[in-house]
Write a protein that binds this ligand. Structure first.
Ligand code: ADP
Length: 204
């Protein structure tokens, strides 16, 4: 059973819960953010983001789950894309998924540690995915925690790049998107997002 957008609660900050917000409140962004805990393949929204690898031909983790749920038509379309560079994003149809589109992005491999290169690449994943969404008139987009699984990016660092990049994009293009959903799969990631969302999307 799929989860329609109306069943995904909007995240609202609690006033006073963050002493030092990194960003000023922007009331235009109220009602635009969700934190969803569960399987991204179930979301009945415009676009889900896939943490793919450079081949775009499927893999483990969230990539495997998305390909299994979408069915073999997805890998067929992906084959025609001839791969994807780190930090870039390419869009396909969703096929058997409840989501209309899949945006495939390739996160940095961070097993050797995180430097400026990895940080910039991770930010590019979020930014280029949102650009691909808005170019295709997708107004609701869900992200998994890109690179923090098999690719080894420390989740407590990745959460800041994810939230900062989405905030920056929404500040510029709030009219083009109705909802950005952070889809977490692990309880530890849920905690990290609950801790850090108020810094990037503060209340008054
Ligand atoms: P990467 O190779 O970019 O590290 P992974 O798929 O290994 O990608 O992990 C990225 C994140 O996706 C991890 O937090 C993992 O727990 C999460 N994940 C795995 N399966 C799903 C799913 N079905 N829905 C949402 N997130 C998932």
């Amino acid at each position: 059973s799929s989860v329609p957008l109306d069943d995904i609660p909007v995240w609202t900050p609690t006033a006073g819960c963050s002493e030092k917000p990194l960003y000023q409140r922007n009331e235009k962004l109220d009602q635009k953010i969700s934190l969803y805990s569960g399987d991204i393949t179930k979301l009945e929204i415009d676009a889900i983001v896939n943490a793919a690898n450079k081949t775009l031909l499927g893999g483990g983790g969230v990539d495997g789950a998305i390909h299994r749920a979408a069915g073999p038509m997805l890998v067929k379309e992906c084959t025609s894309l001839h791969g994807c560079e780190t930090g870039e994003a390419k869009i396909t149809c969703g096929y058997g998924l409840p989501a209309k589109y899949v945006i495939h992005t390739v996160g940095p491999i961070a097993q050797g540690g995180v430097g400026e290169v990895e940080k910039k690449a991770l930010r590019s994943c979020y930014k280029n995915s949102l650009t691909a969404a808005t170019k295709n008139a997708a107004r609701s987009v869900a992200f998994p925690c890109i690179s923090t699984g098999i690719y080894g990016y420390p989740p407590e660092q990745a959460v800041h790049e994810a939230l900062a990049t989405v905030r920056e994009y929404l500040d510029e293009h709030h009219d083009k998107l109705d909802r950005v959903i952070f889809c977490v799969f692990l309880p530890t990631d849920k905690e990290l997002y609950l801790q850090n969302l108020p810094l990037y999307f503060p209340a008054e």
